[in-house]
Ligand binder design. Structure first.
Ligand SMILES: *[C@@H]1O[C@H](CO)[C@@H](O)[C@H](O)[C@H]1NC(C)=O
Ligand SMILES: *[C@@H]1O[C@H](CO)[C@@H](O)[C@H](O)[C@H]1NC(C)=O
Ligand SMILES: *[C@@H]1O[C@H](CO)[C@@H](O)[C@H](O)[C@H]1NC(C)=O
Ligand SMILES: *[C@@H]1O[C@H](CO)[C@@H](O)[C@H](O)[C@H]1NC(C)=O
Length: 316
């Protein structure tokens, strides 16, 4: 009995010793991989971002570091946080899956039948890339002003975030602007539903926006539409629901999922000279959505990015 106890005790000690050795080796390997490069990194890569990096392949990491360096002067320095509770819907009807399935999915937003990136009511037929870009810029300018005044927090996402990465502008071939807002600010914008900003930009909020599970025909929660062109900003709401533990998401299928730290705090920056906010880990977020090749692919849609001009130039 006694002998057995001693043996067990020794085995336990030995196991402890090997555990410590293994942890030591893992730590050494980790540090030898990550610390040397860290000295060359720009300081905007934070400790939390480092926790994400081991998940990403080495060459991918180098692209991310390069991309981070490219955007390091894009920020004004202002941060804006959103609390986790702002993302959690206070109503509970949507949490009941069996009830939710019964919610109809009638399409709310209608697009022009000759161009599904224009509003059906106001869309023009003779718009050029140039005209669309001007219209979108004026729309985001009015919306940014409105948001500032109302305390509404929004951030650029998807293709708009990618175009921002290149030169803080909208791609010349883009046909819309994508932004996200929190669940809490959906309530705020809903109060302005069916009103015009500056007699021109129409705020239209989808009645299905309070349901946070996927609806194929109602992925977009709100739109800001320029009535002089039919061009619009697509707004999607980010909320935390029972759909996925911990992650926050929109209504796409599959949803775009985010970790809280990926988006918040927001960083103030500019898009076409207009003050906007971008996600905390904008680069990681873009890498997740479009892959790291999107940081280097400088030819698209017959446009080439010319570094000397910092512009996409049409080359036919
Ligand atoms: C932002 O808010 C989150 C959740 O409320 C909090 O955990 C985090 O520390 C805040 N970050 C900053 C920079 O204030
Ligand atoms: C969910 O909805 C079903 C059908 O309407 C209802 O019978 C059930 O009690 C609800 N469950 C909860 C938890 O609310
Ligand atoms: C485009 O069409 C609108 C009406 O559909 C018209 O008012 C405008 O003058 C046209 N612009 C050009 C450049 O043709
Ligand atoms: C916004 O207004 C439209 C038109 O009146 C209405 O159908 C829709 O339900 C409203 N949206 C919200 C979220 O109340």
């Amino acid at each position: 009995m006694k002998f057995k106890e001693i043996k067990f005790h020794h085995v336990f000690k030995a196991a402890n010793f090997y555990f410590v050795v293994v942890i030591f080796v893992i730590t050494l390997v980790f540090y030898s991989h990550f610390i040397p490069q860290q000295q060359n990194l720009n300081p905007t890569i934070t400790v939390i971002e480092y926790q994400w990096l081991p998940k990403i392949l080495q060459d991918t990491k180098n692209s991310l570091v390069k991309a981070e360096q490219k955007i390091q002067n894009f920020n004004t320095g202002k941060l804006l946080n959103v609390s986790l509770t702002a993302l959690i819907p206070q109503t509970h009807d949507f949490k009941n899956d069996s009830t939710f399935v019964k919610v109809p999915d009638n399409k709310y937003f209608y697009e022009a039948n000759w161009d599904n990136h224009l509003d059906a009511r106001w869309g023009l037929k003779n718009l050029t890339h140039e005209k669309i870009k001007i219209s979108l810029t004026e729309t985001i300018k009015a919306f940014s002003k409105f948001s500032n005044k109302q305390g509404l927090r929004f951030w650029i996402c998807h293709g708009t975030l990618l175009s921002w990465y290149w030169n803080k502008k909208i791609f010349p071939w883009d046909f819309d602007i994508d932004i996200q807002i929190s669940w809490e600010d959906l309530n705020l914008i809903s109060k302005h539903n069916q009103t015009f900003l500056e007699d021109r930009f129409f705020i239209d909020v989808n009645p299905w926006s309070k349901f946070r599970y996927h609806q194929q025909h109602n992925v977009i929660d709100a739109r800001i539409i320029d009535k002089t062109t039919g061009c619009y900003i697509d707004i999607t709401v980010i909320a935390k629901t029972t759909l996925s533990s911990g992650l926050i998401h929109d209504k796409s299928n599959p949803p775009h999922y985010y970790e809280f730290e990926e988006l918040f705090p927001l960083h103030e920056t500019e898009l076409e000279g207009v003050k906007v906010w971008r996600p905390n880990f904008a680069i990681l977020s873009l890498a997740n959505e479009y892959g790291v090749t999107s940081f280097e692919q400088d030819y698209f849609n017959k446009y080439k990015f010319i570094p000397e001009y910092q512009e996409w130039v049409y080359i036919g």
